[in-house]
Design a protein around this ligand. Structure first.
Ligand SMILES: [Zn+2]
Length: 315
């Protein structure tokens, strides 16, 4: 008998669902995704979520047990009420995503428990479970992509806070930058170093292009503006990590997300910024490494809410 979790990852670009076993493997035929663009209406978003959930559950093997469903969502969230207000999805402000998924799942598998947490926490759980953070009790998982997200495992337990938003590193303000952020902050690391914001900065310096992939190609070809843009973002990410490590004494930071792969040099830039700006040994000890997860990391993390539920505190 196989014990499976239904994993749902809701982000500002797509929603994805899949079935994940107790070893952290996603069943390939169970993976479904639909777009969830920021211009969608609430009804379109609900249809996308319900669609991927039903598609994934339609592949549930006859001899399998569905232990529960884990839902990771872009933040902010409100974990007690199970609502989400993703910054880049304006149609959803206080949307009851946990109850919505519960209703869809229970039409197919009655009584299934559903757990909702922030996507950044899910990534941290996934890295800690089967990724680069294995063997470490103090881990930050981080995504550098359309936005910047993260989550924390401290002393072997998930850190979530009373609202579920602990670990929201994208909105740490980093020094020497004055870029405005949608959250109301100035100089948030997300407003500087996300893929789109790095591209915007390069364009403002005269670079011709429009995507992170083009910026990566320009960097690889030795373009000086692309180099300066990536270095600027690497410095901002390094500063944010140094601040987070000062606060939480983290041992290892695993970074994934499309823009984290703009160039392998990004990791050296991040490490240099930490070395340059931190003198404390407990800060400079931090290991900053690429994610060891496949692109299924967010799904594996959402499944960890079920398979590794003992690391969560009750809300
Ligand atoms: Zn912000």
């Amino acid at each position: 008998m196989t014990s499976l979790a239904l994993a749902v990852d809701f982000g500002g670009t797509k929603v994805e669902a899949g079935l994940v076993d107790a070893q952290g493997n996603v069943l390939p035929e169970s993976r479904f995704r639909r777009p969830s663009g920021g211009g969608s209406t609430s009804e379109q978003l609900q249809a996308a979520v319900a669609g991927v959930v039903r598609d994934a559950l339609s592949t549930l093997p006859d001899d399998a047990t569905l232990l529960g469903a884990g839902v990771g969502s872009a933040g902010p969230i409100e974990v007690v009420g199970g609502t989400v207000s993703p910054l880049n999805v304006p149609a959803w402000r206080g949307f009851p995503l946990r109850d919505f998924v519960t209703q869809v799942v229970r039409e197919i598998v009655p009584g299934t428990p559903v757990v909702l947490r922030m996507d950044g926490l899910c990534i941290a759980l996934a890295e800690h479970w089967v990724g680069a953070g294995r063997g470490y009790d103090n881990v930050m998982g981080m995504i550098v992509s359309t936005g910047i997200g993260g989550g924390l495992i401290v002393q072997g337990m998930a850190v979530q806070g009373p609202t579920g938003n602990a670990g929201h590193i994208g909105h740490i303000e980093v020094g020497c930058f004055d870029d405005p952020c949608k959250c109301g902050g100035i100089g948030c690391v997300e407003a500087i170093a996300s893929g789109p914001k790095t591209v915007d900065w390069a364009v403002g310096q005269g670079w011709v292009g429009s995507t992170g992939e083009e910026l990566a190609a320009a960097y690889a070809a030795g373009d000086p503006i692309a180099h300066a843009a990536v270095a600027r973002s690497g410095r901002a990410i390094g500063q944010a990590i140094a601040s987070a490590v000062s606060l939480a004494d983290i041992e290892l930071v695993a970074i994934g997300g499309g823009f984290s792969r703009v160039t392998p040099d990004l990791f050296d830039m991040i490490r240099s910024a930490i070395a340059e700006r931190a003198a404390f040994g407990f800060v400079t000890k931090v290991k900053v490494v690429p994610s060891a997860l496949s692109d299924a990391g967010p799904l594996i993390g959402a499944a960890a809410l079920v398979h590794r539920g003992e690391l969560l505190t009750e809300v």
